[in-house]
Design a protein around this ligand. Sequence first.
Ligand code: TEU
Length: 545
Amino acid sequence: MEKQWWHSAVVYQIYPRSFCDSSGDGNGDLRGINSKLPYLEKLGIDLIWLSPVYLSPMKDNGYDIADYQAIDPRFGSMADMQTLIHTAKQHNIGIMMDLVLNHTSDQHQWFQQAKQSRDNPYRDYYIWRDQPNQIRSIFSGPAWQFDNTTKQYYFHLFADAQPDLNWENPKVATEIQQMISWWVEQGVAGFRLDVIDLIGKQIDQGITENGPRLHPLLQQMHQACFANKPLVTVGETWGATPEIAKLYSNPQRQELSMVFQFEHASIDWHPIHGKWQVQPFDLIELKAVMSKWQTCFDGDGWNALFWNNHDLPRIVSRWGNDGQYRERSAKLLATLLHGMQGTPYIYQGEEIAMTNVRFEDLDDYDDIEIKNSYQEKVLEQQSLSHQQFMQGVYTSARDNARTPMQWDNSVNAGFTHGKPWLALNPNYSDINVANALDRADSVFYHYQQLIALRKSAEYSDTLIYGDFALLLAEHPQVFAYVRQHQQQRLLVMANVSEQEQQVGLNLSVEKVVLNNLQQNDELVSDLEALRLAPYQAIVYALSTS
Ligand code: TEU
């Protein structure tokens, strides 16, 4: 396959409201991000995926955009944005903007116009019907909101303050393309496309995801905005199967560089209650899913690798152990992911193993998804009790990932001098960046090593392009796989459990490349009788003979 610069890139996601506040208003901002570029450069990342910083009423923390070409004053100014793009470049970091194209805020000028009258020129930028159909909003309730002035319903797959754009209207595509091209001119390195699989919808047929217009629209967008430019694009696609992912990311088709698929990320959700009632986590199933995605492309697509983002709980709390083995299990999860083929994404705080939060009071949470789901499941349908729902919040709510970044052990973790918009996780006195930077064996330096390995002359080809083969597929606690490129083979061995595991593999070790325990290499070099400590993860180079 033809090599692309973003094949070897590592991306770091910033959720700006919670990253670093320079102004003291309790919200993170662009100058705050700017001040942390040396930290990110030290970690070794190449790109920042910046969650939305555009003008927004913040009903969904910026995923409700009121103006695509203005910066929200909470985050700073357009001049601050230009400074960030420019300064990041000096640190060899590119900025990926987050494009929310399925919907806007109801405060967007287009919608303000559209709702004035049925014959307003912007009316068709949105989706209006006399009668609602059965489609439900992803944020609970019907996907339709009645507009009293014009006596029609408008369509919204998320909050009612997030009306869906009408992609059937070619003017919408043209305006959006002009806006994207404007951002390209500002010098950004690429884009993340929010819920992009929803833009081809045919609502009268009940089709919201993967509609017939999706791929033609993306090809058109590629032609207009991305073609022949060194940009990287990643689509958020909850409904992608490997076959669908190829439609987006096969380079021949000229759509996107890669997509986020969520098969692994929703593996333990309940069939009815979804993330609000998680099932026990099954490592065998996770291995099968990851392995399927590692082996399905063969040049016809590219993976985006992630455990975390701003919508998912903290991985160390989810599938690691955020008590006794917090650091060790975080390093294990990092090793497993960064050993795979694809472009790795790190979500802010993951590199210091930040954990889920537990607020006693529902009012201490901010997320609209939590509030709406509570209203529906606990108050209206009574399908979950208050306690059951709170349990779901503790394991799965999006705010677990959104508490402010923990920089040091001073007041508010050095995140703000003001009152933080969302309370901090009280464990910041112990879990924070300053502490991690002080200790050579911290999770931070483990991530740094994994990134450095991916870029090392010795192993980069194997880590980036090597074939993937799962070993011990039926082992319930050990995750093991081999990456092979030409004569080189790397073996990743990980014990995803609190018990020691003994395994025997008929392979011989050339070298221990990375071990999340400080140990003499001799102790772990006999693969025929390997004893893996709780949450131990090792990367080996195997002998060629
Ligand atoms: O997320 C898409 C999305 O569907 C999520 O809301 C997801 O379903 C949910 O978290 C799982 O329970 C994107 C953004 O990443 C998210 O932050 C936005 O709220 C959403 O789109 C609307 O723009």
